[in-house]
Design a protein around this ligand. Structure first.
Ligand code: NDP
Length: 305
């Protein structure tokens, strides 16, 4: 997007770990307003980005062509749209809600129908690529909704995405995101189990990863997450375990609702729920490894490669 004359007006709700860097890119290309539950976060962001710091979701949405949301779950999206001082009531007909939350397909369909009654368009547009991808403006966006709506949203999405994929009707983006993250969860947990058992056998986990990462058992977890976050015990907080637990639950629910036997996804969902109860709402998703370690009575440490 170029020039200030054609700048659309955008509003953003949810300046969390990934929401804030996404918002930063959108702010650079639009006339921008922001609302965050913790007001000080929005105030600081607005000062740095030259944006309007709105006092409520309704105020942020006033006059917006696009409203972007990036919240923990679809439940909070419903809350900020339709709750007290909600954004939906002040969005103009013809505006569009772009929901970057990793949401729930059924709730996204409900939200879309409710907004459509006021002439407001909706797409689910969850992202992958992590906080570093968001900072670099190189996320993958998986979109659910009609093709015309995606084309309208595309210039906004392009401000923070390297890849935009139309996955299907409303909820399809959410569904693909949930399955992707369920696979991440399977890889994190199964890699931890394998490495813990090898450690107890006396094999250095760094040596085991060296083999696995040039063999058929490798994954993003084994190639990047374990070497960079587990072996050196850094466990940085980039993506909360609670959110991954939510995603695996959505994926298991999709399997159930479509009559797809998925014992592995059900078990992974159960394990991540247990890890969330044990480690709390603020733990990072990679800290699930600590639960496997505790149960095994060992740690997956070793030489940093
Ligand atoms: P965070 O937990 O870091 O941030 C959540 C944001 O939502 C904060 O701005 C928080 O406000 C706000 N919020 C929470 N509850 C409410 C509520 N009841 N009403 C209004 N606002 C609320 O989450 P992330 O930014 O990490 O994740 C956001 C979404 O993106 C999730 O769906 C997640 O699964 C997905 N995602 C995250 C990735 C990551 O690497 N972090 C990667 C890909 C997808 P406050 O400041 O007040 O807490």
């Amino acid at each position: 997007m170029t020039g200030t004359k054609s700048r659309p007006t955008a509003a953003f709700i949810g300046l969390g770990a990934i929401g804030a860097p996404i918002a930063r890119h959108v702010a650079d290309h639009t006339t921008f307003a922001v609302w965050n539950r913790t007001r000080s976060v929005a105030t600081e962001f607005a000062t740095e980005a030259g944006a309007r710091d709105a006092e409520s979701p309704a105020s942020a949405a006033t006059g917006a062509d696009f409203l972007l949301t990036c919240l923990p779950t679809s439940a909070q999206v419903e809350e900020v749209l339709f709750g007290a001082n909600g954004a939906a009531a002040s969005l103009k007909p013809g505006a569009m809600v772009i929901d970057c939350t990793s949401g729930d397909p059924a709730n996204s369909r409900k939200i879309c129908d409710r907004l459509a009654r006021s002439g407001i368009a909706f797409i689910d547009a969850p992202v992958s690529g992590g906080v570093s991808g968001a900072v670099a403006g190189k996320l993958t966006v998986m979109v659910g909704g009609d093709a015309a709506a995606l084309e309208r949203a595309r210039p906004i999405l392009e401000t923070f995405a390297a890849k935009i994929v139309h996955c299907g009707p409303i909820g399809a983006g959410d569904a693909v995101k949930a399955v992707n993250n369920a696979l991440l969860a399977v890889h994190v947990w199964s890699t931890a189990e394998g490495l813990a058992s090898l450690a107890k056998l006396g094999v250095d986990p760094a040596v085991a990863l060296d083999v696995i990462n040039s063999s058929s058992g490798r994954s993003n977890a084994s190639m990047n997450l374990f070497p960079e976050r587990v072996l050196n015990r850094s466990f940085p907080r980039t993506f909360r375990l609670a959110l991954l637990d939510k995603d695996v639950g959505i994926a298991a629910g999709i399997a159930r609702n479509t009559g797809t036997p998925a014992p592995l996804l059900e078990e992974t969902s159960r394990l991540f729920s247990e890890a969330r109860s044990e480690l709390g709402e603020e733990a990072d998703h990679i800290e699930a490894v600590k639960v496997v370690e505790r149960r095994a009575g060992t740690t997956i440490g070793g030489r940093i490669q």
